[in-house]
Ligand binder design. Sequence first.
Ligand SMILES: O=CC(=O)O
Length: 342
Amino acid sequence: MAEQEQNCLPQVLVLGTPPPGFSILRSQYSHKFHFLSFFKPSELSLHQFLASHHRCDPSSILAILCGAQDPVAGEVLRLLPSLGVVVTTSAGTNHIDLAECRRRGILVAGAGGAYSEDVADVAVGLLIDVFRKISAANRCFLMKSRMQFTPGDLLLGSKVGGKRVGIIGLGSIGLKTAKRLEAFGCIITYHSRNRKPSIPYPFYPNILDLALASDALVLCCALNEQTKHIVNKEVMVALGKEGIIVNVGRGGLIDEEEMVKCLVGGEIGGAGLDVYENEPLVPQELFDLDNVVLYPHSAAFTSESIVGVVEVVVQNLEAFFSNKSLVTPPTDRGMCSAFSSS
Ligand SMILES: O=CC(=O)O
């Protein structure tokens, strides 16, 4: 596209690591938006990048596009005096300084429910894997020794049907996880910020009570000040030696150091994890445990969900630049709707 034509397009500053779907966005929507990519690693600071970019007056930037991996902190927002919207390709918005956005009236839009089914699939997959020791068996029989096996030998798993599963956070991911597990014969209960009157599952206002009444806890909530370390040592002890934890929310929801100790010491039965407290670092001890299944923060991503999120991003940008309401506006506390606020 000629530079002159591009100059007339709404500018979108794309930050950090190329967000999922960005190559589709760039190839299919560059006639609608001028994507100004400031990707890592860069020798320039954002300030220098904006100053060196020939047509980029920071006050001409009204929109940021980002993914979950890169913080959109106060200092970034302060460089962009006219910013009106932050669109993230993630369901979670904990990487964005929501308080500063609220203060400045900057809108925030996330992936909405674009990933919910895929994340729920992985939550169920991790739960089944831990209870039935699928990865452990794979590791033991096939990868380590390639030995012949006797059916039913050694790795006796635990039945999924009948398990009491406490879901923490009943947004669209939590609800889809609950529905799937119900079909496996699990008994569902939940904890969230408020009881949901239209939901039939028993509600536990207290997370310790939920842990005491559960064989598995599945974390599907957003990370914020209220939910950080919502699963702490006390909760893990209440869950008990046979209990397992599945986390598809954010690593910081669990006190990871304590979780590692509980797993190593046998105080909980196992864990299926998609997210970690200090990503991309994963505590070394976890790699050696057969009762732990690790996934690399990829529960959200399938070829289909990436196409879906591109649509949501485009709809949000189009809505914003034509002064319409965003299609996935944040909830009252600035969070997007796929993760419940706990
Ligand atoms: O973790 C992934 C997301 O928030 O989309």
